[in-house]
Write a protein that binds this ligand. Sequence first.
Ligand code: NAI
Length: 256
Amino acid sequence: PRTCLVTGAASGIGLATAELLRGRGHTVIGSDLKDGDITADLSTPEGRTQLVERARELTGGRLDVVIACAGIAAFEAVTVKVNHFGAVATLDGLRPLLANGTAPRALVVGSVDAVHPTDDAIVAASLAGDEDAAVAASQAAVDRGEGHLVYSSSKASVSRWVRRTAITDDWAGAGIALNAVGPGVVRTPMTRPLLDDPEMRVLVERSVPMPLHGHTEPDQLAPLIAWLTSEENTVVTGQVVFADGGAEAVLRGDSL
Ligand code: NAI
């Protein structure tokens, strides 16, 4: 059995993943805003520190799997704090624990939205690790009525961070695989209000076309996340694996 830490474990994709891993006999430490083994607000420096400190206490400093799933889709500046900086702090902060683990693997839940239009200033500031500048650029987007760009930009930047980071000495060099998955539209509390509103639903279907099976249930994604973070995965790293019913292929066509 492996020791796994999942953020955003109280709901949606994180909950489905935690349940699958527990069902397979692994130990799962769940973290979220409330409920779970570790309560931590990943939009704040204190919450990020608390996550790492509590994880060290609960595990004796050893983790085999880290899955950064916590995220929000609000058209607000806070979205970049959670989706980019919270995820990066989770992975960077827990990397020393993974280095002590067996066949260590890490994963971020990104989004197919990463291939939608983004805001260069948000992405550049995020990748530079400048949270104040990323928040300011996000607020500027919100103020000019383009708050949707905060979400796509946060997912683009965290995906690019995964690709850059996975191949470094600290990760690949230490035998730690690091990937992202990019879901399409998943039926969770995050998307329920959109899908329940007929007008919004049409917009969602237009912006994220999913020719294979349409919208996804969280437990359809959990097996992929479990495999990418399993001992069986010895070759996939630095990848954003789109698990989106074909949306990325529709949107980007011949980009490869
Ligand atoms: P969800 O809302 O069901 O679950 C997200 C969890 O993250 C919640 O339990 C929430 O409390 C937690 N969270 C939010 N802010 C937090 C914070 N500041 N600190 C700690 N935890 C926090 O949403 P869902 O759909 O399961 O989303 C999980 C991930 O999947 C997110 O990163 C989301 O962006 C991503 N995703 C979701 C898609 C969808 O269609 N539902 C599509 C593509 C990506």
